[in-house]
Design a protein around this ligand. Sequence first.
Ligand code: FAD
Ligand code: SF4
Length: 470
Amino acid sequence: ERLNNNFQFIEVGRCDPEKVAVTTRREEFGEIYKPFRKQEAASQSHRCLHCGNPYCEWKCPVHNYIPNWLQLVSEGNILKAAELCHQTNSLPEVCGRVCPQDRLCEGACTLNDGFGAVTIGSVEKYITDTAFALGWRPDLSKVEWTDYRVAVIGAGPAGLSCADVLARNGVKPVVYDRYPEIGGLLTFGIPEFKLEKHVMRTRREVFEGMGIEFRLGVDVGTDVAIEDMLKEYDAVFMGMGTYTYMKGGFPGEELPGVYEALPYLVSNVNRRLGFDSEDGRFINMKGQRVVVLGGGDTAMDCNRTAIRQQAASVTCAYRRDEANMPGSRKEVYNAKEEGVQFKFNRQPIAIIGEDRVEGVKVVQTQLGDPDENGRRRPEAVPGSEEVIPADAVLVAFGFRPSPSDWFDDQNVETDDGGRVMAPETSQYPYQTSNPKIFAGGDMVRGSDLVVTAVAEGRKAADGIMDYLDI
Ligand code: FAD
Ligand code: SF4
């Protein structure tokens, strides 16, 4: 009877998966959302209206067949749903967890108009987690392997997704990464309270089962020469990310007690995974008054990691207002629940202190005219300076590309901002100025999202196959 009820969305409201209690979240690093139970996933999926022109699919960067797999879940057909999910997305269990759904699929759901969007992300996570637990694996038994071999540099979402599509089409991918585990920022960046580490371990086992080979702990350019790689393989895909930290450009950034966001997060991940940090340094905020500068996903992850490390207080200063924050709304809400204090409309102008950091001087801002991206520019209000006391400051202003020193020799062109030029619209999508080298993800578009890196890695694989004339 339930399956025939087209107005289920009125009777059954939107219901996110249950969250772990805040007191526990303030101490433990595990994922904060509990898994959907079977009945919850089915009834939430059944809220989908099948509205004919699903904007959710258009807004999703990989154009998932969302209404179709929601229907399969509402009918209890999880394995078929998992097959369908994997036709468009190489990492559905990851995207289901970390996409800013409120700005993407769920933001475009017709039910957003007063009823509450369908919980698309949580269902996507449920489908893959459940299918894997049931022993489901992608079926490559019909794949006819070609003799082509492609090297993939970077085991982040872009590289992994490129390798996934290549393997499904019979092209052997060999993925190199300088880190000891796959995932890129999914493993060494995004904290466990958003994405537990076993998720990528399972994914590695699944990819290896599909014939993807990983060569980890190998830095391309140092341990392997790119010239040799270009000789050995039929094509190369680069998904190497962006790792140059943006600076604030104000006094005091070099004071002891001021840390860059990513090394801080990575030192915490390494400590928890039992790996040594690159410089052997674990940065611990226990008992400290922490100020986090920035308003994106990275800033939010710093805030919430410091809370879990038992910081005395965590204050996040951001130069625009809450409505103009770039990160996921859901994660800002979660950070507030966990005890992070926000100071909106505050622009840092100096980090102060004698021998080490003692505070951050900020000035109040008001929003002026829109900038070139349409976001309103913050302008300082004269005479509104204040000092936020701090024992430690985490700088999370984002990342710029980090072009490799071999790009020039290999004729890989970058734009003025250092991004590799690999247009989607060229004859072979995502081909660089070196015809044998393709690229995608953050190093091409600038720091963005997991799902956009997935989308580009997949499209680049199509470009490579066109180029190889497969
Ligand atoms: P990366 O994930 O950076 O992977 C690049 C890989 O290349 C790395 O593993 C690196 O070791 C390897 N590599 C680089 N150079 C070499 C070399 N010379 N030799 C060998 N290997 C090399 N996005 C979301 O959608 N949701 C979120 O909640 C979210 N949270 C984030 C939180 C943090 C703290 C950060 C930093 C980012 C977050 N992002 C989030 C953004 C997202 O993680 C990135 O956009 C995405 O990982 C980019 O994928 P990529 O494959 O292009 O690069
Ligand atoms: Fe939504 Fe991201 Fe899944 Fe697309 S990949 S359906 S945007 S959660």
